[in-house]
Ligand binder design. Structure first.
Ligand code: ADP
Ligand code: MG
Length: 710
């Protein structure tokens, strides 16, 4: 195969000259494809004949054999064949047509809620019928609701299907039968013309998986003896072959994005040793070795003429904020502005305090910008951001609204990255762009992502890990107790607070309604306030005014409030080292990542801390497992692995909504064992076959700019 390559600004154009003529990739070259169908196919991202081959079945139906009615299992789909015993219209409840058929081994009732007179007349006693549908256990025996069916002629041995029947993702006005017909035609082309193989031979040899053409033919039309179970679980070698290629395509796409961004210009930042030393000397603690290492990584990045793109991973409490402050300081020292984006108002306000406390003594101006800022304060903030008097701007995503214009945004820091998608990160980059100069980026996350997953999901970022907690912390002990023993806990809180400790009481998560959640918190507050004599109890929830909430938080920080009753608003980032006990209600409703984050609020000081998870029975299996994991480990990485198994990659990475990691065959968790080979294959392709990157990416991800610039 010959490749002719033209480079045009942002994209590599690859023209293939294979045995296929130009016209044969055109969908209109297929039988029955007109303008209407073209539009519907386009909705499925099918733009050329080859795209049909990569539009893969979501499941299969076995219509390759007729099953005896005596062997049917409710819940499964099956083809059955028999003679009509009786057809009648029933008026029980609503009008419906009931036809019962039998084959000597058993009988099945077909139930139609919508039917025509002609249909009713066709279903005469004695006629033979073949039908397909989901078998259900009805009141009077097995039944199928609205089966697909066909009347058989006398001794018509109507053929069964020769392969398992694929069921494709469809769209309005585009039925399975049509999709099957089109893939049939595409498969015929595949058989005669082949398909471009973009994987290098050395990679294929190592994989020991079928060729692309074989794999495609198999997954579209599996033979009757195919392992349906493997296919449904997507573990069949043919699917793994495709999954490998798909994962590789995603990886290449992110890597390429990274390479391109690496070539962008940024303002190099270096020096300022004096300023940084002054800062660290003023801190009440010294940096851990891990923090120092990460700061060194960041300084090296900042000194280059290309934008830093670094992810800092560190478990809750590992001290990421101070690392961010050091990065900010270096940039401001060079005359740039820094924007820090936090996922919640509460966290933004807390960062504001830390940064003010650390940076204002050095003469820096730190400004807050959130959606809830009163209009006048907002105007003041906006003008300070625009004229450059604001050195550091702390905020929520409000920071990156259109009305916000920075004088010279040189570093963007995103805290708790998992709450923002790749798109938001890319949008931020654009915000700081001035001409061809881009801001540096620092992304911080407390969600430790398993390494292989991180390398695929964050292939566009460099990763530094703070793998050490500040000294003097004692691990948090975790217990789980049923709701019926809540009273014991009240006594325990009383005792802990009497000993000078502080505690959190986290109220149930009510995802549907912030109002209900606030109500539940108010009730818990009233109960605890009444039960705990001589203690000061505070309340914070999402419906309070920020100023009110702030007063309570401040009082809690100063130790004037003993027990803080809170909703999960305190989940992220809140830092009160003297708090050593945390009670979490209805813990069975929360996910592992959330529980781990919440628990991270204690164990920040020198006292031994504990966390008590209250649960309501009965527990689902998954909930039981989550609670067990929480009891057994404090290790964020172990918890992340478990979370990944329980929830799947899309949710762990928070990318489900953005659709970024939505794949056709591959699954980052199920196919995790393929990821190692993918790094390697990517290296080979980038080095030896760079021209194959674009066609491979386009094949799986499409030409759209799902990762920003393509
Ligand atoms: P996270 O990584 O969860 O964002 P924070 O930055 O909030 O953690 O830090 C948690 C607490 O640890 C804060 O009170 C912070 O001041 C403190 N801290 C950070 N680094 C150190 C250190 N090297 N030694 C002692 N305490 C530290
Ligand atoms: Mg933090």
């Amino acid at each position: 195969m010959q490749l002719s390559i033209g480079r045009r600004a942002d994209c590599v154009l690859v023209a293939t000259s294979s045995r296929q003529g130009a016209g044969s990739s055109d969908l209109t070259s297929l039988r029955g494809v007109g303008p209407g169908l073209l539009r519907r196919l386009e909705k499925l991202d099918i733009l050329k004949v080859e795209d049909l081959l990569f539009h893969l079945p979501m499941r299969y139906e076995d219509r390759t054999r007729v099953l005896p009615m005596g062997s049917l299992v409710p819940g499964k789909r099956a083809v059955i064949e028999g003679e009509i015993q009786l057809t009648e219209v029933s008026f029980r409840g609503r009008r419906m047509l009931l036809t019962s058929i039998a084959d000597g081994t058993g009988s099945v009732t077909l139930r139609f809620f919508h039917f025509s007179r002609a249909q009713q007349e066709g279903l005469k006693r004695g006629r033979r019928l073949r039908c397909y549908g989901e078998i259900r256990a009805g009141r009077g025996g097995l039944e199928i609701v609205h089966p697909e069916y066909r009347l058989l002629k006398d001794d018509d041995a109507a053929q069964v299907e020769e392969t398992l029947t694929p069921v494709y993702p469809a769209t309005e006005g585009l039925q399975q039968a049509r999709l099957r017909n089109l893939t049939d035609q595409a498969l015929a082309r595949l058989a005669s013309d082949g398909v471009s193989e973009w994987l290098p031979a050395e990679v294929l040899a190592r994989l020991k998986l079928p060729s692309l053409a074989e794999a495609l033919a198999y997954v579209h039309r599996p033979p009757p003896d195919a392992r349906l179970d493997l296919l449904e679980e997507r573990r069949h070698p043919s699917q793994r072959r495709l999954a490998f290629e798909e994962l590789l395509a995603h990886h290449l796409s992110l890597r390429r994005l990274r390479e391109r961004m690496r070539k962008d210009a940024a303002c190099p930042v270096s020096g300022h040793r004096h300023l940084l030393e002054k800062f660290t000397e003023a801190l009440p603690f010294s940096l851990t070795a891990a923090q120092q290492r990460v700061v060194a990584d960041i300084r090296a990045d900042l000194a280059r003429e290309h934008p830093m793109m670094r992810l800092v991973q560190g478990d809750v409490g590992s001290g990421k904020t101070v690392v961010a402050a050091l990065a900010a300081l270096a940039v401001v020292g060079s005359g740039g502005q820094v924007g820090i984006m936090a996922p919640t108002e509460l966290l933004a306000e807390q960062h504001l305090k830390s940064f003010c406390q650390w940076l204002e003594p050095l003469g820096l101006n730190v400004v807050l910008l959130t959606g809830r800022l009163p209009a006048a304060a907002r105007r003041t903030a906006l003008s300070a951001i625009a004229d450059g008097t604001a050195d550091v701007v702390v905020g929520t995503h409000a920071l990156f609204q259109e009305s916000v214009a920075f004088a010279n945004l040189a570093l963007v820091i995103v805290d708790e990255q998992h709450r923002f998608g790749v798109h938001q990160r890319l949008a931020l980059r654009e915000k700081g762009r001035s001409g061809e100069v881009f801001p540096h980026q620092l992304v911080m996350t407390a969600t430790p992502i398993p390494r292989t997953l991180a390398m695929t999901a964050y292939a566009d970022l460099d990763v530094s890990i703070i793998d050490e907690l500040p000294p003097g912390r004692t691990p948090v002990t975790t217990a789980t107790i049923p709701e019926s023993r809540r009273a014991e806990l009240v006594a325990r809180v009383q005792e802990a607070c009497a000993n000078g400790q502080q505690a959190y009481w986290v109220c149930p998560l009510i995802e549907e309604s912030e109002v209900l959640e606030a109500q539940a918190a108010e009730e818990a507050y009233a109960m605890l306030e009444a039960a705990l004599e001589g203690l000061r109890v505070g309340l914070v929830h999402g419906r309070m005014k920020p100023a009110e909430r702030d007063l309570v938080m401040q009082a809690f920080k100063r130790g004037e409030v003993n027990l803080l009753v809170a909703t999960t608003v305190i989940e992220v980032g809140v830092d009160v080292p003297n708090a050593a006990l945390m009670v979490i209600e209805n813990a069975e409703r929360m996910g592992l990542a959330q529980l781990h984050q919440l628990r991270g609020r204690v164990g920040r000081g020198h006292a031994a801390s504990s966390c008590v998870l209250i649960y309501r029975s009965p527990l689902s299996r998954a909930a039981r497992h989550r609670l067990k994991v929480m009891r057994e480990t404090n290790d964020g990485f172990v918890i992340a692995e478990e979370d990944l198994k329980l929830r799947g990659a899309g949710e762990v990475l928070g990318t489900r909504q953005t659709g970024i990691m939505q794949m056709r065959v591959a699954d980052l968790v199920r196919d995790a064992d393929l990821l190692g080979g993918i790094q390697e294959a990517a290296r080979i392709i980038f080095r030896q076959y760079p021209a194959q990157v674009t066609p491979l990416v386009n094949r799986w991800i499409g030409q759209g700019s799902r990762y920003g610039r393509v």
